[in-house]
Unconditional design. Structure first.
Lengths: 166, 163
């Protein structure tokens, strides 16, 4: 390979790398807003507390990330959860247990349907460290979600667990 | 030229720069699209793959052949950063069941030397579709309910583990 061809190849690879980085970094403003909202949801979940009144406040804050008529389908064996109030109630009751979890949202793909609706695919990773043994366990599940712009904020209107292995 | 400068930039800085760029470009392509580095988490593939082990996923292999029984594969969930690592035990069109912990393929028991711990799993027979593979972890000492296994679409199989 000649020196000129080598240089050409290097430039090509560098341009591809920079292009890929720009593509992933500078998505549309709405896409960034959706992503930011999901990141904030994970941060709110991870900031959950077990102390009395705090649990109710935190649960209510988590509820702000969902629409009034949100539907959550967790898959076979779990009946769908309907409505924000039900979800907030469950979140408040479960917080003493979920406080030991760390939630991560990975591989988030956002597809804007229109200015006020977006389809999201993501992997939810839950890490849990046992207080007794210190061992960390990890569970990963794939979800698809629908989000709507409601009152100027992106909120989740539907969450469905995807059966990666059937 | 000082020794430090010579050690950092080499005798010919221009050539060193080209080498660095070539190395960065090759690494970007190889580790981005051909050999994806992974860290195994969890115990579902023990004893072959222990929690915390590092490995590589060969994402090119299935361009040249189809997945085969016994292959340890990486399966993508919503994307390529979180993957399941499982072993293929059933091929498209085959019927798979677990009877008292033993894997049966089309009604015949399959020898699985890689399984050391075995709980008496009983899972009703399922048939793989034309583009489906049946995957399961090697650690059958776990309760079936704690173990993710089942049919997976071929498009989700990213590649095989290298080591």
């Amino acid at each position: 390979m000649t020196r000129r061809a080598q240089a050409g190849l290097i430039v090509l690879v560098a341009v591809a790398a920079v292009g890929s980085w720009i593509w992933h970094t500078y998505a549309s403003p709405e896409e960034r807003a959706v992503r930011g909202r999901l990141d904030a949801l994970a941060a709110e979940f991870n900031a959950a507390t077990t102390d009395g009144l705090g649990t109710a406040i935190r649960a209510a804050r988590l509820g702000q990330y969902f629409t009034e008529k949100v539907v959550v389908e967790l898959g076979q064996g779990s009946p769908p959860i309907h409505g924000r109030e039900t979800l907030v109630g469950m979140a408040a009751r479960l917080q003493p247990r979920t406080a030991a979890f760390v939630l991560e949202l990975d591989d988030v793909t956002i597809q804007l349907v229109d200015a006020a609706r977006a389809d999201v695919a993501l992997t939810v990773v839950i890490r849990r460290r046992s207080m007794a043994s210190g061992e960390e366990s990890l569970d990963a599940r794939e979800f698809s979600a629908e989000m709507q712009k409601d009152g100027g904020e992106w909120r989740i209107s539907r969450v469905v667990a995807v059966d990666t292995l059937r | 030229v000082s020794l430090t400068r010579r050690l950092v930039f080499g005798r010919n800085p221009r050539r060193t720069l080209i080498r660095i760029l070539v190395l960065a470009g090759v690494s970007f392509v190889v580790f981005g699209w051909m050999l994806t580095p992974i860290r195994v988490r969890g115990i579902s593939m023990e004893p072959a793959y222990r929690d915390g082990a590092l490995n590589l996923v060969n994402r090119v292999v299935y361009r040249f052949r189809s997945p085969a029984r016994g292959d340890v594969v990486a399966i993508r969930l919503a994307g390529p950063h979180v993957l399941y690592v499982k072993r293929i035990v059933g091929l498209p069109g085959e019927r798979i069941a677990f009877v008292n912990g033993n894997l049966q393929v089309n009604g015949t028991a399959l020898a699985e030397p890689y399984v050391l711990n075995r709980n008496p799993w009983d899972v009703p027979e399922v048939a793989c579709g034309p583009r489906e593979y049946f995957v399961v972890g090697d650690n059958r000492g776990m309760r079936a309910g704690d173990h993710d296994f089942g049919r997976v679409d071929a498009r989700r199989i990213l590649g095989t583990l290298v080591f």
